[in-house]
Design a protein around this ligand. Sequence first.
Ligand SMILES: NC(=O)c1ccc[n+]([C@@H]2O[C@H](COP(=O)([O-])OP(=O)(O)OC[C@H]3O[C@@H](n4cnc5c(N)ncnc54)[C@H](OP(=O)(O)O)[C@@H]3O)[C@@H](O)[C@H]2O)c1
Length: 310
Amino acid sequence: MTQMTTRTGAALAPAAFGTMQWGGSAEDAASRAMFDACLSAGITHFDTAHVYTDGASETLLGALAEDRDDIFVATKAAYDRPATPDNLRHSLQTSQSRLQRDVIDLFYLHRFDPATPLEQTFETLARMQSDGAIRYIGVSNYAAWQVMKAQAVAATFDTRIDALQPMLNLVKRQAEVELLPMAQDQDIQVCAYSPLGGGLLTGKYAALGAEGRLTRDDRYAKRYGPEWMQQAATSLTDIAHELQTPAATLAIAWLRRHAPQVHPILSARTVEQLQPSLDGLTYEMADDVFAAICDLSPAPAPATDRLEEA
Ligand SMILES: NC(=O)c1ccc[n+]([C@@H]2O[C@H](COP(=O)([O-])OP(=O)(O)OC[C@H]3O[C@@H](n4cnc5c(N)ncnc54)[C@H](OP(=O)(O)O)[C@@H]3O)[C@@H](O)[C@H]2O)c1
């Protein structure tokens, strides 16, 4: 597989850190401490977006990463606006300025835009790349057919999609059906977001009166509301108690073992929260524990019927 590298040519660790909470629910001092903790753990890939916290996430990341060649910065455009050439250029310029860097390592389209012709979008991205303003192209929240359609268009401009950013965790496994096999086939690096289900898989919501993103944000409350997901989190916590290991560590370790080619994008509000996720990157999960955690969540149906007969 073609590996994305830093500007110094170093390979990326098999995980990234997401800064969506920076400038929002994570305090600046805690954000700085998490940045340092990631570097100490060998993580040099930081993920942000034009829309996060009205630009505060990009601005703080820019201040911390400066223009260091050994730090790989990914940002995203076109979430709240169409992926038109003008919008993309404006978004890139704003991101470059907030991030204090002329070269963005990885530039994602944040979601599929059905209204703007892909030819316009990818001609613009190809130009940005040949001008040296972006190094790799990524797409997020795309269905597999949308990636393949865009990849064909990208090829006409002598470029390609290098990275894909879907949601993926123990209770959100849709990406396994089409996206992961497609990415393997197309040599696309998958960087998965919400590896803890926004906090559900830490098990904290089992406690009476627990507060967190799932009680504060309706979208997350709805996304992780189904009873079976809550039950999976409770059962994961039971396994965690038995092993005297944080549930978050098990959730990250399960993902690493289940889909080793995927780079989870870890996130937290404090170093104390982050540490169990970092530990998950090196945790060696026993076969029986892996099997027990797999049993907590139904495997999604195959991409076409009868595949299970093959
Ligand atoms: N492309 C996209 O559309 C998209 C969407 C979402 C995220 N992302 C990216 O992916 C990154 C990771 O996603 P995510 O933030 O959803 O990841 P996540 O790991 O599923 O959730 C992180 C959240 O879980 C809670 N948490 C983490 N560790 C904890 C612990 N030990 N104890 C208790 N609570 C804990 C914290 O929230 P609370 O304390 O507030 O509950 C923390 O902010 C983001 O930062 C962003 O860069 C991309």
